[in-house]
Each structure stands twice: as structure tokens, then as C-alpha cells.
Design a protein. Structure first.
Length: 385
């Protein structure tokens, strides 16, 4: 506990705030900047996709960092208020819109209104693709006290870490897009839909648990060896950056794995190495960023709004591509084409990226002001900020 308090006083975890900002930028980029075809598409996919790994790593890091004051009831209460509540608040209006408009010839078209609404509430990804993450991270929250308990027994701790690594390597990354393939509303029930989603979220949990535990592990190591790490930080960054560039060249030009077509093992390796590149790089640049008032305030502003951005950026992407707030699975307009290696597709993708990021920040900022004017102080439980 003493070491934790010393670390707080010395560093205030500014580098983690900056990492949170970078992580949400990568998540938005992964949903907007994966453009082109062939090698260009693989390059953009490998570079931008998979920002979820960073988000999970940071969640584990912060959980371990704050574990010295862990109290289970307070922990679950905060997660319910600050994560689950804003998820449902931001989801419900669009879920109702999708449910009653019944806009497309898709799996839920012939389902009852109640079944459609229930399906969207337990599977928010139906209307807002990125929020499959909430189901997965909720399971992570439930298991977090057990993860923390494992630190008391070295054998259990090591076994858990190695088991999660093996699962991370062998469990494929399941896509929410395929969740309702072959779905028959006449032969299904609310219970089956619930179970189908729980099974999906647990598969995602098995895929990402290692990164959560890795975040806890790295936080603990930094807490116990801060001076040593600072002494070798530049070397750690240089080695990580070299490995990242090396693996990039190998995967794109020698092995030529189709990352966008399902070569998720390449993405896993990429994000593992990139985690250390970003963490060590931000720790190195921490003082320079802090001394640049504009950059420091911007990064911390984005970090503060990161969960809110996560909740709503999918709606803005939907609107730009299909002129609807909800995701259109079949027959969408797909107005913005980015599937060629042309300057137009490049500029279109970057235009979408900047529009989505800035609009998300603006919308959340305005909503926060409105909620404050209405006398609501804890706006996080409504919009995640």
C-alpha cells in the first residue's frame, strides 16, 4: 500500500490517462480508417484494428492500481452506475427506434416486437456494433475480485495467467456480425436469445482475459520496480518498437496473413507488442506532454470522455454510412465507399474518422452541459462522462 501511495504522489498516472486517450482514438480509427484493398487493407487493419486490447489492458492496470482500497460492494456499485447505466441509457432510444421501425429484411424481421426489443437490449451490437464490449467487460468485472485474490497465492496466480494466455491464443475472436446466422424467431425464445448472448460474451471474455491480467501484472511490476523501469525505459521502448516494425514487415510482406479476412493471430501479436510500445513511449514522453499545456489538456479531455465516446461513436458511424442511427445489416445505402486504393477513399476514411471523433466529443460535451443545467451532477451514469 505504501508503494501504491508513493506512486500516486510521484506520477499521478498521467501516462495512463494519455494511454486511455490513445486507446479510444485507436478504437474509433479501427472502425473508420480500415480502408483500401489487398496490402493496403491489411496494412490499415494491422495498424488500426484491435484497439479493444488496449482498453482491456488499461482496465486491468487501473483495477490493480486501485486495489489497495478495493471494497467489493463499492466496486460493483461503481461499475453498475458508471458503466452499465450509461450503456443502457445511450442504447435504449436507438433500440426502441430500431424495434418499432423494423427496418430491414434480417433475422429479427419476423420476430415479435418484444423479442426484437429484448434481443437488442441484451445484444446492443445489433444497433451499435462496438458495444459488444460491454457484455464482455461486465464478465471481467465479475471475475476481477477472483483475479485479485489470486495474487495472494503465487501458484494460483501463475496458473491463472498462463491459462488465460493459452485461451487467448487458441480461442478465435468471435464476431458479433455472425451472432444471428440461421436464427429462426419461430423456434427461439427469450431464454435462448439470452443464453446465446451470454455464451458469446464468455467466448470474448476468454479471448481478452489475458490482456486484463497482463494489465494487472504490469501495474504490479511497475509499482514494485519503478526506479529500475525508468532507468531502462528508453531501451524497453526501442526494443518494443523494433519488434513491432519487424512483425509488421513479416506479416505484410513475407508471411502475408490475411488479417482483415480472419488472421486474428496476427492482430493479437500486433496489439501485444504495440501495448508495450505505447505504454513505454507514453511513460517516456510523460513530462514533455505535461509541459505542453494544450496537449496535456487535450489528452486528458479525450481520456475523460473515452467511455462516452465508446458508447456513441458507433451511432455516428451508422449515420454517416447509412443515414440511420442504428446499424443496417441488410440493404444499407453504404454511402461512403472506401474499398479501393485511391486518394478519394483515403481522404474519405480520414474524413469519417475526424468527423466521428469530434462529433462524439461535441455531442457528449453538450449533453453534459445540459444535464448539469438540469441539476444532475453525476452525468457519468447517463452518458459515461
Amino acid at each position: 500500500m505504501e508503494k501504491q501511495e508513493q506512486l500516486v504522489k510521484k506520477n499521478n498516472l498521467d501516462y495512463i490517462d494519455y494511454f486511455r486517450a490513445v486507446a479510444i482514438i485507436f478504437i474509433v480509427a479501427g472502425h473508420t480508417l480500415v480502408w483500401g484493398r489487398s496490402t493496403m487493407l491489411e496494412f490499415n487493419t494491422l495498424l488500426f484494428a484491435g484497439g479493444t486490447y488496449f482498453f482491456v489492458f488499461i482496465a486491468g492496470f487501473l483495477f490493480q492500481y486501485l486495489s489497495y482500497k478495493f471494497e467489493i460492494k463499492t466496486y460493483f456499485k461503481k461499475k453498475l452506475i458508471n458503466v452499465i447505466c450509461p450503456f443502457f441509457v445511450t442504447l435504449l432510444p436507438v433500440a426502441l427506434l430500431y424495434t418499432f421501425q423494423n427496418p430491414e429484411n434480417w433475422a429479427l424481421t419476423k420476430a415479435t416486437t418484444g423479442m426484437r426489443l429484448f434481443s437488442v437490449l441484451v445484444g446492443g451490437y445489433i444497433v451499435n456494433g462496438p458495444v459488444w464490449f460491454i457484455g464482455m467487460i461486465s464478465i471481467m468485472f465479475l471475475f476481477s475480485p477472483l483475479f485479485l485474490y489470486s495474487w495472494k497465492n503465487k501458484k494460483i496466480h501463475i496458473t491463472l495467467l498462463l491459462s488465460s494466455l493459452i485461451l487467448c491464443l487458441i480461442v478465435p475472436r468471435y464476431s458479433s456480425i455472425n451472432m444471428f446466422l440461421g436464427f429462426n424467431p419461430y423456434e427461439s425464445s427469450l431464454l435462448k436469445i439470452l443464453w446465446m448472448n451470454i455464451a458469446f460474451y464468455f467466448k470474448c471474455f476468454f479471448k481478452f482475459a489475458f490482456f486484463y491480467l497482463l494489465g494487472m501484472e504490469i501495474c504490479e511490476y511497475i509499482s514494485n520496480n519503478y526506479a529500475k523501469i525508468r532507468a531502462y525505459l528508453r531501451t524497453i521502448f526501442q526494443i518494443s518498437l523494433f519488434l513491432y516494425i519487424f512483425h509488421f514487415i513479416i506479416h505484410l510482406f513475407i508471411i502475408k496473413i490475411d488479417v482483415s479476412g480472419g488472421g486474428r493471430f496476427a492482430e493479437l501479436i500486433s496489439k501485444f507488442i504495440e501495448t508495450f510500445v505505447l505504454l513505454s513511449g507514453l511513460m517516456l514522453a510523460e513530462e514533455k506532454i505535461k509541459n505542453n499545456k494544450f496537449l496535456d489538456k487535450f489528452m486528458k479531455f479525450v481520456a475523460k470522455y473515452s467511455f462516452g465516446i465508446f458508447f456513441i461513436h458507433g451511432y455516428i458511424i451508422n449515420y454517416l454510412h447509412n443515414h440511420t442511427l442504428y446499424w443496417v445489416h441488410v440493404g444499407g445505402a453504404h454511402i461512403l465507399f472506401t474499398g479501393k486504393n485511391t486518394l478519394k477513399c483515403c481522404l474519405t476514411s480520414f474524413g469519417v474518422f475526424f468527423t466521428v471523433l469530434t462529433t462524439s466529443l461535441l455531442v457528449l460535451w453538450v449533453l453534459k452541459i445540459i444535464l448539469n443545467k438540469l441539476g444532475i451532477k453525476n452525468t457519468r451514469m447517463f452518458i459515461g462522462v
